[in-house]
Write a protein that binds this ligand. Structure first.
Ligand SMILES: NC(=O)c1ccc[n+]([C@@H]2O[C@H](COP(=O)([O-])OP(=O)(O)OC[C@H]3O[C@@H](n4cnc5c(N)ncnc54)[C@H](OP(=O)(O)O)[C@@H]3O)[C@@H](O)[C@H]2O)c1
Length: 210
């Protein structure tokens, strides 16, 4: 499938080779973007095989960030306080998407650290609110799901909306990152519905309008 967005393809570093990184990388390579996984074990056979299957590359984290315009952070959330300061110099000038949920911290996102340590990066809070199943299949019967996200207006926003659209979901902008807590509240709502109220991991969100 070729992206419905006309711009040139993005070059994306997906930091983290787990389930969310793999799911989004699959949607993005399918849409024609260039994807490099940046991981701490670039020799991992399973990831190498997976990446080859979708047409992505695998390297260590630092080289993955070189020459890419867009970065998805998709590592364990509790590693972010340690990892963000290491990555920050290489995030300058890039569109950076924080999909991580630090469930052992009172704040799920790492937007404050990213914005402080990489002040020229365009930082977004996205892909954190629902389980990976919703990015693999964005349809709910006849309905297309929505993905609510935050971050600054401008070229970074265009890239993020394009990448959300490439999963099949409809992007809904909540505003700049002073609204990131709303995206995080949705994560909490998703966990409650999926695991406490029996809706399961495929539960998603839709904004209804008249
Ligand atoms: N799964 C979902 O449905 C979902 C949905 C939305 C958001 N998220 C968020 O996305 C993030 C990743 O979730 P996941 O489900 O993909 O997890 P996962 O399958 O467990 O993968 C975690 C990844 O993080 C890497 N990692 C852990 N600690 C690291 C460190 N100190 N430095 C570098 N890499 C490190 C792991 O590398 P190793 O293989 O080397 O350990 C692995 O590639 C989490 O923050 C999660 O909350 C997940």
């Amino acid at each position: 499938m070729i992206s419905k967005y006309p711009d040139p393809p993005l070059t994306i570093a997906v930091i983290g080779g787990g389930v969310i990184g793999r799911t989004l990388a699959t949607a993005w390579t399918r849409s024609g973007h260039g994807v490099t996984f940046g991981v701490r074990r670039p020799q991992d056979d399973d990831l190498l095989q997976f990446a080859a299957g979708i047409g992505a590359n695998v390297t260590a984290i630092e080289p993955a960030l070189t020459g890419t315009d867009t970065v998805l952070l998709a590592i364990a959330g509790d590693a972010m306080p340690e990892v963000v300061p290491q990555l920050a110099p290489q995030l300058a000038g890039k569109t950076v998407i924080d999909a991580t949920n630090n469930v052992v911290s009172p704040v799920l996102n790492s937007i404050a650290d990213l914005s402080a340590l990489a002040p020229t990066a365009r930082v977004y809070r996205a892909f954190n609110t629902v389980g990976w199943e919703n990015f693999a299949d964005p349809t709910y019967g006849d309905t297309i799901g929505d993905l609510l996200y935050s971050g600054p207006a401008g070229i970074g926003q265009q890239a993020v909306e394009r990448l959300i659209g490439d999963t099949g979901l409809r992007p809904i902008h909540l505003g700049d990152n002073d609204k990131a807590h709303l995206a995080d509240a949705l994560t909490a709502l998703w966990f409650t519905l999926a695991f406490e109220q029996g809706y399961g991991r495929g539960v998603g969100f839709k904004v209804l309008t008249r």
